[in-house]
Design a protein around this ligand. Sequence first.
Ligand SMILES: CC(C)(COP(=O)(O)OP(=O)(O)OC[C@H]1O[C@@H](n2cnc3c(N)ncnc32)[C@H](O)[C@@H]1OP(=O)(O)O)[C@@H](O)C(=O)NCCC(=O)NCCS
Length: 167
Amino acid sequence: MPDYETMPFHLETERLLLRPWDPSDASWFAELLAERDGEPREVERIRTAITELLDATATTGIALLPILRRAEGDVIGYCGLIIGRATLDEPEIAYELFRHAHGRGYATEAAAAVLGAAAATGRTRLWSTVGTWNAPSLRVLEKLEFTRDRVTREPNGEVAWLTRPLP
Ligand SMILES: CC(C)(COP(=O)(O)OP(=O)(O)OC[C@H]1O[C@@H](n2cnc3c(N)ncnc32)[C@H](O)[C@@H]1OP(=O)(O)O)[C@@H](O)C(=O)NCCC(=O)NCCS
């Protein structure tokens, strides 16, 4: 695998800041995961998960990053790079926001900054895998000029694989 630069972990956009995880993020992260599927999470377990995320980043040089709104100062979710179903060479972009923050262009704005951060590592291609039912996520990727490569079938349904070259 080629040598890549470590991804920049502090990103700034017009309305948002992305920064590294802190153990104190465990309480809102637990709420976000519970909002996703209605399953309450133990904050202590989420604190451990955050430590694991930070350990993984120390090895891979890529990360998911919490997203804060600059004006309000609150956390609205996360966005970043993961290996996921792809590879460390050509990782996946991923994002998830609290429902109250949907529909205002935040995911697109955060993901655009992550595209820049991915390009800064020297990588030349990203992926995303999305349930074919997930119209909002597919729309975010379309706005960011990802194109559909293929669709695979998994036990939970169809997954679209989208890809985007980096400048
Ligand atoms: C996917 C997600 C991050 C999008 O966040 P967001 O900040 O609302 O996204 P944006 O506002 O930047 O863009 C959403 C786009 O989807 C569109 N959209 C929303 N619901 C839609 C629907 N049901 N059908 C079609 N388009 C839809 C919006 O209109 C917008 O497009 P537009 O700018 O052309 O109007 C958010 O829905 C989320 O957190 N979902 C749960 C987690 C998730 O699915 N993550 C992705 C896993 S692959």
